[in-house]
Write a protein that binds this ligand. Structure first.
Ligand SMILES: Cc1cc2nc3c(=O)[nH]c(=O)nc-3n(C[C@H](O)[C@H](O)[C@H](O)COP(=O)(O)OP(=O)(O)OC[C@H]3O[C@@H](n4cnc5c(N)ncnc54)[C@H](O)[C@@H]3O)c2cc1C
Length: 433
């Protein structure tokens, strides 16, 4: 019988494992609870109506259609029976394996305040992105019909919590949407007066970048019109506003870009985990006590060459996936030597707005327009397939030249009857026109 490999998770890590096992004499079961692979680095562009969902996601089946040894399964994994060597699915089925790879990623976390989740929207899935897009666009629509100035101001206040790359990118793009794209289309409000407030508990934006790039990002955000609040932690989020430091800010849109929690892979295996729930794997990415189980990507923690944990970013997950595929192939060829994973950091990138980005390649640090063009080229390069690359490039050029954002669609229900999706919220008063 052929060696049976089960890969759970078709994100960056899992997909790389499957890709790199091409040609090996194995049978692979590729399980994901979604039917698509998602390019999360551009998710914020769907959330801000710049790109359509199909430009950053691809059906998993289509990605492995030329691989007869790969069987794709749409299912949610709920546990692992390591003794019986099988993966447990939500529908009660069990999938047996000889080698298992867990690549189930992470989700946003609210630092123990899960009650904030309905009000402070996280960004991890396509549904999250279209929900945020809906909230942002509905806020403008409702502000257009609102006659009470205080309620109108709250509708036109957009708060982003967390000034890492996602928070910075969201803040910059919402500001450009409000100032460059929307003004000509609304009659009762000046969308350019919308407030975009970026709240960060730490002392810097883009804390993972060198000081000079972080300072540049802060200056650029302020120049764009983003209100950046540093050194103040959020202490409450409700349907009507956010509290940070001693400030209570009325708003109808809070976007949560702070904190992540790993998938429950560590719980499934009863393995050691860090505070964010990441499974602590061995240097070769196997699970302690289980040389037949590997785990990669955002769901694990492993030390990098500088002794610090490898960052939770796409290139790290891909490198780990590649490494696991190499070990599996070596084992199939009868080689058993230890192969510790070595992470190589290729650089950090973040976009701030049109023609503004920062890139840290280590010794080389770039900012401004050149960094922005490189940022764009790198992201287009990493998309899958010529159609997506062409389509995203055209969309970006169009936004650049005309400030038009084609994906400005309010979906998921009749917009007119719903008020920002919050059950307890009274309807907006005062119709105009
Ligand atoms: C908004 C955002 C922006 C980002 N921007 C960048 C960036 O600019 N650059 C960068 O390098 N990184 C970025 N990242 C981080 C990067 O996307 C992650 O590090 C990377 O996706 C991790 O890959 P992974 O394979 O571990 O997990 P993922 O890519 O998250 O894949 C996990 C997969 O597992 C599946 N899954 C989870 N649980 C189950 C289950 N129980 N059963 C079945 N399937 C399951 C999921 O559906 C998913 O397909 C960003 C992340 C986010 C959320």
């Amino acid at each position: 019988m052929q060696h049976r490999i089960v890969v759970v998770g078709a994100g960056f890590g899992g997909l790389e494992v499957v890709k790199d096992l091409a040609g090996a004499s194995v049978s692979i079961t590729f399980i994901d609870r979604r039917n698509h692979h998602l390019f999360q680095p551009l998710l914020y562009q769907v959330a801000t109506a710049s790109l359509a969902t199909s430009e950053i996601a691809w059906p998993i089946r289509s990605l492995v259609s030329d691989r007869p040894e790969v069987t794709t399964v749409l299912a949610t994994v709920t546990g692992v029976d390591a003794g019986r060597r099988s993966v447990l699915l939500q529908d009660g089925q069990a999938v047996p394996y000889d080698t298992l790879v867990l690549a189930t990623g992470a989700r946003h976390a609210y630092f123990g305040h899960d009650e904030w989740e309905p009000f402070a929207l996280g960004l991890k899935t396509l549904e999250d992105a279209t929900t945020i897009r809906r909230r942002i666009l509905l806020a403008f629509e409702q502000a257009e019909r609102e006659t009470d100035p205080l309620r109108q101001a709250a509708l036109l206040t957009f708060v982003i919590v967390g000034a890492g790359p996602t928070g910075v990118e969201m803040a910059g793009t919402i500001t450009e949407l409000a100032r460059d794209t929307l003004p000509r289309e609304f009659r009762n409000i000046d969308t350019a007066r919308a407030r975009v407030v970026l709240i960060e508990a730490g002392p810097r934006v883009l804390a993972g970048f060198p000081d000079e790039l972080s300072d540049y990002a802060l200056r650029s955000l302020r120049k764009l019109g983003v209100e950046v609040e540093l050194g103040r932690a959020v202490s409450d989020c409700t349907a009507d506003g956010v509290t940070y430091g001693d400030v209570r800010l009325p708003t109808k849109t809070i976007i949560w870009a702070a904190g992540v929690r790993a998938s429950p892979a560590a719980e499934w295996l009863g393995g050691p985990a860090d505070r964010a729930g990441r499974l602590e794997v061995m240097p070769d990415l196997t699970v302690p006590g289980h040389p037949e189980i590997f785990a990669v990507g955002d769901t694990v923690t492993v030390a990098g060459p500088n002794g610090k944990p490898v960052p939770g970013i796409a290139p790290a997950a891909k490198q780990e996936g590649k490494h696991v595929a190499a070990i599996i192939k070596a084992r199939l060829a009868g080689k058993v030597e230890a192969m510790p994973f070595r992470y190589s950091h290729q650089g950090s990138l973040a976009q701030i707005g049109k023609r503004r980005a920062v890139i840290d390649f280590g010794r080389i640090r770039l900012r401004g327009a050149l960094a922005w063009w490189l940022w764009g080229a790198a992201h287009i390069y990493f998309l899958i397939g010529s159609r997506a690359r062409l389509s995203v490039a055209i969309n970006w050029l169009w936004i650049h030249a005309r400030n038009q954002r084609s994906a400005r669609l309010i979906t998921q229900g009749d917009a007119a009857e719903q008020s920002l999706g919050r059950q307890a919220e009274p309807p907006v008063s005062g119709r105009m026109g």
